[in-house]
Ligand binder design. Structure first.
Ligand SMILES: NC(=O)N[C@@H](CC(=O)O)C(=O)O
Ligand SMILES: [Zn+2]
Ligand SMILES: [Zn+2]
Length: 444
């Protein structure tokens, strides 16, 4: 394998250096390097970060290949600067056996654009009634460590307790979609002033917070790891802060859309972007877009580390499932290709996070939660240093571009950022020293 010499890149936004990649690893980081025979890549002005890691991606294969495949989702991920993504279990068939998780893992390796790390279902068929074969999935070639019924909440507290006890044995984690189902029957949007005015059934903050409160107590009782998916309310941030202060082994993620958008989008008021019509189902998502107060609390929680990670909850949906009337549309929105840009806009441009903070919340911590940081040659979320796997992303921090859903790599088009101008373009991505994206173009 020929080596690659990246010149003038700014690791974590700091002083420019040259970096040499060879045989899948970073071999040298230094000033004015010269490597005979190496491919040169001028990265002046670009910020260099460790390859991003997503804890929460819906790739839809097997079952809904019309909405996304492992390959198309992997391409969107690489273009978004990711080198590893966790593929959620709510496929058809559900990823609740060693066979299905191994199939997804193999499809990811074949696509070769990012490491696709399968998430295993907690319960058989996401039914919420019977534990799936968690141990067999952990021991499989896919070596599953993250388990989730995402899309559904593990609502039964005794089943949740048993799942936490089970995963503790192999250092796994239960990633909970925190939604008390009896509080969200028929829910269409955030419950508040707007839902009351519009006459739509509300999804109250307490439906999320009640499950988080219960689960952090269960995790404390069992001594197991709990991860909270797509945290969306100010109250949830307070509960997590309290649980962490008690030493509970809990981690949490926030999505880019919950850092940027509010329930005003449902009425067609999109701050800083294009004005759309009211009731555009592209803004329908679980948990729902909430208020400015919640957005501010989520940003503050991510900045102070109460929220550990940004995770996309990339949720592609086919046109017939999304371009319908509001009540009939499926919840979920695309996220992989714009995640970093939204974080630059909401967290870096606002001074809430520096680039080291971005690397921590989008690579280091999510990799650690998924236990990808200790995998040797296959590790992610590692420092930019000699000897480490060459999983890297180079970002143009300043240039702003308008999002065109038609130009995205996903097979679906349900981007909530259509027409919005965002900074932070991903220019190059490397997976183990091989470019998966060069000059903004996917290499496969
Ligand atoms: N977020 C969503 O609105 N939808 C997700 C499921 C989920 O993450 O809960 C999906 O699978 O489409
Ligand atoms: Zn969910
Ligand atoms: Zn999800």
């Amino acid at each position: 394998m020929t080596s690659v010499l990246i010149t003038g890149a700014r690791p974590y936004g700091e002083d420019p250096v040259d970096v040499v990649l060879k045989d899948g690893r970073i071999t040298t980081v230094g000033a004015s390097l010269s490597v005979p025979g190496a491919e040169r890549l001028d990265a002046s002005g670009l910020v260099l970060l460790p390859g991003l890691v997503d804890l929460h991606t819906h790739l839809r294969e097997p079952g809904r290949e019309d909405a996304e495949t492992v390959e198309t989702g992997s391409r969107a991920a690489a273009l978004g600067g990711f080198t590893a993504v966790h593929a959620m279990a709510n496929t058809d068939p559900v990823a609740d056996t060693a066979g299905v998780v191994e199939q997804v893992w193999r499809l990811g390796q074949q696509a070769g654009l990012v490491d696709v790390v399968p998430v295993g279902a907690v319960t058989v068929g996401l039914s919420g009634t019977q534990l799936a074969e968690l141990g067999a999935m952990a021991d499989s070639a896919a070596r599953v460590r993250v388990f989730s019924d995402d899309g559904h909440c593990v609502a039964d507290p005794s089943l949740m307790r048993r799942a936490l006890e089970y995963v503790k044995a192999f250092d796994g984690v239960v990633a909970q979609h925190a939604e008390e189902p009896r509080l969200t029957v028929g829910a269409q949007m955030h419950e508040g002033e707007r839902s009351a005015r519009l006459g739509l059934t509300g999804w109250p903050a307490v439906a999320e917070e009640a499950i988080i409160a219960r689960d952090v107590l269960l995790a404390e009782h069992v001594g197991a790891r709990l991860h909270v998916c797509h945290v969306s309310t100010a109250g949830s941030v307070e509960l997590l802060r309290w649980a962490k202060s008690r030493g509970v082994r809990v981690t949490a993620e926030v999505t880019p859309h919950h850092l940027l958008l509010t329930d005003a989008c449902v009425e067609g008021e999109v701050d800083g972007g294009v004005r759309t019509g009211a009731y555009d189902p592209v803004f329908k998502v679980n948990p729902p877009l909430r208020t400015h107060r919640d957005v501010a609390a989520l940003r503050a929680g991510l900045a102070d580390g109460t929220i550990d990670a940004v995770a996309t909850d990339h949720a592609p949906h086919a046109v017939e499932d999304k371009e319908s009337e509001w009540a009939a549309a499926r919840p979920g929105m695309l996220g992989l290709q714009q995640a970093l840009s939204v974080v630059v806009e909401t967290m870096v441009a606002t001074g809430l996070l520096d680039w080291r903070g971005v690397a921590d919340r989008m690579s280091v911590r999510p990799a650690a939660i998924g236990r990808l940081d200790g995998l040797g040659d296959a590790a992610h979320g590692r420092p930019i240093a000699p000897g480490e796997p060459a999983n890297l992303v180079l970002v143009d921090p300043g240039t702003r571009a308008v999002v065109d859903p038609a130009a995205l790599a996903s097979r679906s088009r349900n981007s909530p950022y259509a027409g919005r101008e965002l900074p932070g373009r991903v220019v190059h991505t490397f997976l183990r020293g091989t470019a998966t994206v060069l000059h903004g173009v996917a290499q496969k």
